[in-house]
Design a protein around this ligand. Structure first.
Ligand code: SDX
Length: 433
């Protein structure tokens, strides 16, 4: 990765009698950043930014978000155009390599991924170690982390081919592990990958086919699933991607780093929100109960939040939620499903977007607002929603992990703190306390 940020000016910082010139660094698009790398050395001060609301943790060339415009680009391509015209594997190639593949590159990449879809047969035993009622995300975390015990060669992250094979294995095996977790949780026999099928059709086949029946899935459903994977593939330095980068900055095993990202994504404020959002829509149940929940979301004494609404970066529509609203209609029409929850979701969206509280705080539907409706219509239980997010986000995680390892300025991540604990004191023997 070539360093492309440029010094475009100077910020003056005055502390008491002293003043410091801090370089202003800018990228190709977006908000410039004040370079504080030498701040502590020269001024004896840290910056303080819990939750990193105003902090750039890295330079990156993979994804760009303009939260005010509701813009999301992957290597410069708008998410709407990728969702409408591309495939998930093509987007994976784009994220890793920086350019869309030509026909030959796409065929070669697809063949490579296809040839790594099976799991080492001993991985099978991991699933039998889980209780049947384990959450599929627990199985994802445990199994992906355990893969670091199967592929020793991939751990040499300084070697290009070791990094590449680890990335290909993770992209290829995530659907197999996800489907295996699902089948195990419902007590059905697991289905081996069928490499005659496309990546996404193969995943649906591993999830929903059973040995006793022929399985056929419509192109509309396969395209909808593939589109959902594209929409969830990457999203700048979100919590789980930052977790993967921080773990990877120590040179940790790639499978262990991705397992750390899975653990972070599982949280209800992050990737777990699609499951929480559908559960919320089901709890609301009918349109006439919406005002009660809007009131609760605005009540500071009530911890309830409108799941699927709000975002740290988007202060406009999350462009992914608009695409997902369209996909929701396509899937429900294809499956001839009348889902009353969709009516509740659309009315909730309409009311919230007119409500002063949500307008003033710029709380718009995010990627998780419609995804639960679509995934439920496709036949997935809510416990699988974040697993599907994990499958898709693996492409973003490994692309960001790889970019970090190729970054010549990369160092182990080690934030500081403002300490407010006890000042130094001497030990008091137990008899004298
Ligand atoms: C994802 O980072 C990413 O890119 C994530 C993601 C990705 O692709 O990786 O986009 C995926 O995680 C989407 C977000 C899914 N989470 C949810 O839908 C959960 C509900 N949303 C919130 O919990 C919240 O909006 C967050 C966590 C998403 C963002 O939190 P922030 O940026 O820390 O915002 P905040 O909590 O400081 O909220 C600002 C104000 C607060 O009110 P005040 O204290 O200013 O009075 O808005 C309020 C909040 O109380 N608020 C909400 C709300 N979200 C924020 N009030 C009601 N309902 C909500 N959903």
């Amino acid at each position: 990765m070539d360093i492309k940020i440029k010094n475009t000016g100077t910020a003056k910082l005055t502390i008491g009698e002293d003043s410091y010139d801090l370089p202003i660094m800018a990228g190709s698009m977006g908000v410039p950043g004040i370079d504080v790398r030498a701040l502590h050395k020269h001024s004896g001060h840290f910056t303080f930014d819990p939750g990193f609301t105003s902090t750039c943790s890295t330079e990156s060339q993979i994804t760009f978000i303009d939260g005010n415009k509701g813009q999301l680009l992957h290597r410069g391509y708008p998410i709407e155009q990728l969702a409408d015209n591309s495939t998930f594997l093509e987007v994976a190639y784009l994220m890793i390599n920086g350019e869309l593949p030509n026909k030959a590159q796409n065929a070669e990449f697809t063949k490579t991924i296809t040839n790594h879809t099976m799991l080492h047969d001993q991985v099978e035993s991991f699933f039998h170690g889980f209780r049947r009622d384990s959450h599929p995300m627990a199985m994802m975390c445990g199994t992906v982390g355990a893969m670091s015990g199967f592929y020793h060669d991939d751990t040499h992250t300084t070697v290009d081919e070791a990094r590449n094979i680890a990335m290909y294995r993770l992209i290829a095996k995530m659907p197999t592990i996800a489907a295996r977790s699902y089948k195990y949780s419902i007590g059905q026999p697991h289905v081996y990958p069928n490499n005659e099928l496309s990546y996404t059709e193969n995943f649906l086949h591993m999830c929903f086919s059973v040995p006793s029946e022929k399985y056929k899935v419509s192109k509309t459903i396969v395209n909808a699933m593939d589109k959902i994977f594209i929409l969830h593939a990457d999203h700048e330095q979100n919590a789980s991607t930052s977790t993967v980068r921080l773990a990877g900055s120590s040179g940790a095993n790639p499978y262990a780093c991705i397992a750390a990202g899975i653990a972070c994504l599982w949280g209800p404020s992050h990737g777990g929100a699609n499951e929480a959002c559908l559960n919320m829509l089901r709890e609301i149940g009918t349109v006439d109960r919406i005002p009660e929940f809007i009131a609760r979301a605005k009540d500071k004494s009530d911890p309830f939040r409108l799941m699927g609404f709000g975002h740290r970066v988007y202060k406009n529509f999350d462009p992914r939620s608009r695409v997902l609203q369209k996909v929701a209609h396509e899937v429900l029409e294809e499956l001839d499903l009348k889902n009353p929850i969709l009516a509740v979701a659309k009315e909730l969206e309409r009311i919230a977007l007119e409500d002063e509280y949500f307008v003033s705080k710029k709380l718009y539907p995010n990627v998780d607002f419609y995804s639960g409706i679509v995934l439920s219509a496709l036949g997935f239980p809510t416990s699988m929603f974040t697993v599907l997010f994990t499958l898709a986000r693996t492409v973003g995680w490994i692309s960001q992990w790889n970019e970090m390892l190729e970054d010549p300025s990369q160092r182990i991540g080690r934030p500081r703190q403002l300490y407010t604990g006890a000042t130094e004191r001497d030990y008091v023997p137990i008899g004298k306390r």
